[in-house]
Design a protein around this ligand. Structure first.
Ligand SMILES: CC(C)(COP(=O)(O)OP(=O)(O)OC[C@H]1O[C@@H](n2cnc3c(N)ncnc32)[C@H](O)[C@@H]1OP(=O)(O)O)[C@@H](O)C(=O)NCCC(=O)NCCS
Length: 175
């Protein structure tokens, strides 16, 4: 990864971050990523998503990590979502792993994932779960020790409306 890239766990999501995170989300959807949104993703909808994520961060329900390039621009992000039933206090979901297309294949996804795992462990979580439709992401998770445990056909839609399968992964975290 380029030395100048900084990974941060956000304390809050202000106007600047909402705009930059929306840029990343819109770029990923334009690029065909299955990340809950259909194409084209209007900027207002992307910004509304990040504002609701900000409220959830403020309530302590999740962590939002970012990767910033040497100019201080957010080029990647990932979330650890804590809000779980009371019988799963040790578990969290990993979600919205997004790297802008212009910043890919430099190790930023791997750095975000490692930082998310450390942050989750630091918050007392020992089991992480995720689902992904992306072959690029599957290789990333497998390389970092995640266990693939199943494939569900027709789980969601690609941004263009065609059906999309998903693969479930988990990772047990240890000190
Ligand atoms: C999945 C995703 C987050 C990966 O992000 P990334 O920053 O490109 O990830 P990395 O750079 O760590 O790894 C990607 C590849 O680059 C390679 N790489 C890493 N550093 C490199 C370097 N310095 N030089 C050359 N290649 C490098 C990795 O080995 C990996 O190779 P692979 O494709 O053969 O597996 C990104 O593709 C993305 O945002 N996709 C769209 C959104 C999405 O689908 N997210 C998943 C939701 S679960």
């Amino acid at each position: 990864m380029p030395g100048a890239v900084q990974i941060r766990s956000l304390q809050g999501i202000g106007v600047r971050e909402v705009q930059a995170l929306s840029d990343v989300l819109i770029d990923c959807v334009e690029g065909g990523a299955s990340v809950s949104f259909m194409a084209p993703l209007p900027r207002a909808k992307a910004e509304a998503y990040w504002r609701s994520t900000s409220a959830s961060l403020s309530r302590g329900e999740r962590l939002v990590l970012t990767a910033e390039d040497e100019a201080g621009t957010i080029v990647g992000t990932v979330q650890v979502i804590f809000a779980q039933p009371e019988n799963q206090p040790h578990r969290a979901d990993l979600a919205k792993m997004l790297v802008h297309r212009r910043a890919r294949r430099q190790g930023i996804g791997a750095a975000l994932l490692a930082a998310a795992e450390r942050s989750a462990l630091g918050a007392g979580k020992t089991l992480l779960v995720l689902d992904t439709a992306s072959g690029d992401a599957e290789r990333l998770y497998a390389r970092q020790g995640w266990q693939r445990c199943g494939h569900i056909p027709d789980y969601a839609l690609w941004p263009d409306g065609t059906p999309c399968a998903t693969t479930i992964f988990f990772k047990l975290l240890r000190d």
